[in-house]
Design a binder for this molecule. Sequence first.
Ligand code: ADP
Ligand code: MG
Length: 245
Amino acid sequence: MRTIEATSLEVTGVELAFGNNKVLRGVNLAVPAGHTACVIGPSGSGKSTLLRAINRLLEPDAGDVLLGGESVLRGDADVLRRRIGMVFQHFNLFPHKSVLDNITLPLRKIKQLDIEAAQSAARAQLELVGLAHKAGARPGTLSGGQQQRVAIARALAMKPEVMLFDEATSALDPELVKGVLALMADLAQTGMTMVVVTHEMGFAREVADQVAFMDQGVVVESGVPEQIFTDADSPRLRQFLAQVL
Ligand code: ADP
Ligand code: MG
């Protein structure tokens, strides 16, 4: 994969509540351009909510999100979502469209490419994820791992500056996890700025430049993988790692 123009991402003091349930309580996370940050933490700690707040699927109540040093909370949310790609646990592909159409549709609608430009961009991206031969297939005929690679191709076709992954391998059969993690590791290598919420501690250890541990709506501790996995300060993080490693 080619190297891309990377953009830094910074989250400062982000708070977000659902009614009385304060789910994010002042989250801070700084991801330099081209770095991969893995976010780990127990279920319910606010990891998915944080990713949704970053690309404004949810609007924070307080704090700021900065792309390349500039706040993105006041501009047009649609413009922002062109700059940030997101990959979900359950792929979210259109089941009744072909693989190729799944990728061309957002290019045509959001980037307003004509059909030829959209198809050529989509084919190039499918090639990169090793699925050019599946262009005409329906998503349902692909394995979960292939569907997730299509979802990644769809996000990458938009030429995002930052990629967010929310437990992208959690719904996959164990034998399909490796291929998707390898693709994500390749992408990290190209210099994409990435925030990866994951339970794959091996991936976090090997691929992340930085690991952030979230608990009860805050980043409790963050650091390089070596420090997080072998020399954690916080008792909550030590306890979490004892359960998952
Ligand atoms: P994680 O991804 O770390 O498991 P989430 O961000 O999904 O955690 O959820 C954190 C908390 O926010 C949970 O208590 C959850 O019930 C609540 N929550 C998440 N999404 C919504 C929503 N759309 N409406 C109300 N509560 C929500
Ligand atoms: Mg989640």
